[in-house]
Design a protein around this ligand. Structure first.
Ligand code: SF4
Ligand code: SF4
Ligand code: SF4
Length: 274
């Protein structure tokens, strides 16, 4: 559940893909700031030439690539994939142990100490963002945090800071106004759409593009907030799966309770010996 319903000033990315040079400074800055491990990748020559191909348990943002023809000339388009920090996030609504939170500032954050690895968020997210730690014995999910620790201190996210050209960051209404200004000033340069304005009920990441978004690989997402769909969709999931989620939530509750009791016991013993 969102902690605020007024999104006019929530911190928001405006990513102008016509200004993205594909330098990947954002990708590197994200790795550095979040201390993410390097991963072994291969150069992918299918739909584009991006490397790594997409986000993963080690890569919270990735630059995707498309080449296309315009007026007989070869052109490149890049787009930055990351969590959309939805206004009304499906991941928040579906998580049985409330591991996700939509902060009043805008970023949707994730508490690993609560996660039980049930992967409901992966099923529910319309943008395919949360990734599973397949490499670990006890995997959890990971996703972009919107650099909440930085944002709380009045800093801008590491990727926005590193980007030389394409990323603006500020209040949502200001970013929408800036996007509209560019669309009005250079109608020949852009498709007339702000992706993220209404998708999934609106997001804290907005995009402008020269190419239709579907050609870039963006998902065609409903404009209604997703939580209203989420439970309808999950009702179709076999009962055993839901039961499993409930059981896992209960196991997690027990584990956390045991952990809390153990810590209380240790604190009590420590105070007796002083
Ligand atoms: S994009 Fe997915 S993971 Fe990110 S806030 Fe929205 S529903 Fe959650
Ligand atoms: S907001 Fe932070 S965590 Fe998210 S993609 Fe940018 S640098 Fe990475
Ligand atoms: S840093 Fe900016 S220009 Fe460079 S790849 Fe990322 S979004 Fe594009």
């Amino acid at each position: 559940m969102s902690t605020t319903k007024d999104f006019s000033n929530t911190r928001t990315f405006l990513i102008d893909l016509t200004r993205c040079t594909g330098c990947r400074a954002c990708q590197v800055a994200c790795k550095q700031w979040n201390q993410m491990k390097a991963e072994k990748t291969t150069f992918f020559k299918g739909e584009g030439y991006q490397n790594p191909q997409t986000m993963s348990e080690y890569t919270l943002t990735a630059i995707r690539f498309r080449d296309y023809e315009k007026n007989g000339e070869n052109e490149f388009a890049f787009y930055k994939e990351m969590c959309m920090h939805c206004n009304d996030p499906a991941c928040v609504s579906v998580c049985p142990v409330s591991a996700f939170t939509k902060t009043p500032e805008g970023p949707v954050v994730y508490d690993t100490t609560r996660c039980i690895g049930c992967r409901f968020c992966m099923i529910a997210c319309p943008f395919g963002v949360p990734k599973y730690e397949w490499s670990k014995a006890l995997p959890l999910v990971v996703k972009c945090t919107g650099c909440y620790a930085r944002v709380k201190e009045g800093l801008i996210p590491a990727c926005a800071k590193a980007c030389p050209t394409a990323i603006s960051y500020g209040g949502r209404n200001d970013m929408i106004a800036e996007a509209k200004r560019r669309l009005a000033k250079w109608p020949e340069k852009y498709v007339n759409r702000i992706y993220g304005l209404d998708e999934a009920g609106g997001t804290s990441v907005l995009y402008l593009s020269a190419l239709p978004f579907t050609e870039l690989g963006f998902k065609g997402v409903t404009k209604r907030p997703l939580p209203s769909y989420t439970w309808a969709a999950l009702r179709l999931v076999p009962g055993v799966f839901l039961t499993m989620g409930g059981s896992l939530a209960f196991i997690s509750w027990l584990t956390h309770r045991k952990d809390r009791l153990r810590k209380e016991e240790e604190a009590r013993k420590a105070s007796k010996t002083q």
